[in-house]
Design a binder for this molecule. Structure first.
Ligand SMILES: *[C@@H]1O[C@H](CO)[C@@H](O)[C@H](O)[C@H]1NC(C)=O
Ligand SMILES: *[C@@H]1O[C@H](CO)[C@@H](O)[C@H](O)[C@H]1NC(C)=O
Length: 220
């Protein structure tokens, strides 16, 4: 039988665990820790490169200065400005992205497991929305200069229903927010999710599931 003190320690561990899981990226323990992206060492984030080798370029990017190419299936492109392109963001708990939308373009329903997102509309108009865990749709039409927030982990999307291109700058409270796009995750995974799982989940036939899967072939 467990003693009252071991119950107490289990309780305290659970409380600590909850605090860890409700916070965003961990707090930094030093001024900077520029990611050594080539290191073979695996940690939560990236190991720091030698401080003597840190330069301003580690904190700099021109990667989202210009519109991204939107001539793809969905007519939208997300260009990250995160720790993978700005190694100085390692341990800082923030990043940006630029998203460009052709007329009619859609950033399809997806989630960011590690970050809340705030978008600022650079140009054009967008219809955006997110879904709560109670399956309520919270949606809004945005125009140039508007700001909208998508809470961490909730499924959300942006659609350009206008006649001209649109673009946003997105801010995240994570150095690498991660993205799970529902269509690609469920219908384009490797190895594939079995057809009968998806046909039962979506209350449809394996034939229709196969048809959707054919549109989400994993990129080779
Ligand atoms: C720092 O940079 C120098 C010169 O490029 C290189 O020789 C050295 O290996 C680097 N140190 C580390 C720890 O990466
Ligand atoms: C998109 O446009 C660029 C530049 O015009 C072109 O190089 C590229 O091949 C196009 N991609 C597709 C998928 O059509």
């Amino acid at each position: 039988m467990a003693s009252p003190t071991s119950f107490l320690s289990i309780f305290l561990c659970l409380v600590a665990f909850l605090f860890i899981t409700v916070s965003a990226d961990p707090d930094m323990l030093q001024d900077l820790c520029v990611a050594d992206l080539s290191s073979g060492i695996k940690v939560n984030g990236f190991p720091c490169k030698d401080a003597a080798n840190v330069t301003s370029l580690d904190f700099f990017s021109q990667g989202i200065a210009n519109p991204g190419l939107t001539n793809n299936t969905f007519g939208a492109l997300v260009t990250g400005a995160n720790v993978m392109t700005i190694p100085g963001l390692n341990t800082l708990g923030v990043s940006l992205a630029r998203i460009d939308y052709a007329p009619g373009g859609l950033n399809p329903p997806h989630t960011h497991p590690r970050a809340t997102e705030v978008v600022y509309v650079l140009e054009g108009t967008l219809d955006v929305g997110f879904l709560t865990t109670a399956n309520r749709l919270i949606s809004q039409s945005l125009k140039k200069g508007d700001v909208f927030a998508f809470p961490r982990g909730l499924v959300h999307f942006q659609k350009n229903n206008g006649r001209v291109p649109a673009a946003v700058i997105a801010a995240f409270n994570s150095q690498l927010p991660g993205t799970q796009s529902l269509g690609a995750t469920l219908f384009g995974s490797t190895p594939p999710v079995p057809d009968e799982i998806l046909s039962q989940a979506f209350q449809t036939t394996p034939r229709i599931v196969k048809n959707i899967k054919s549109r989400f072939q994993p990129k080779k």
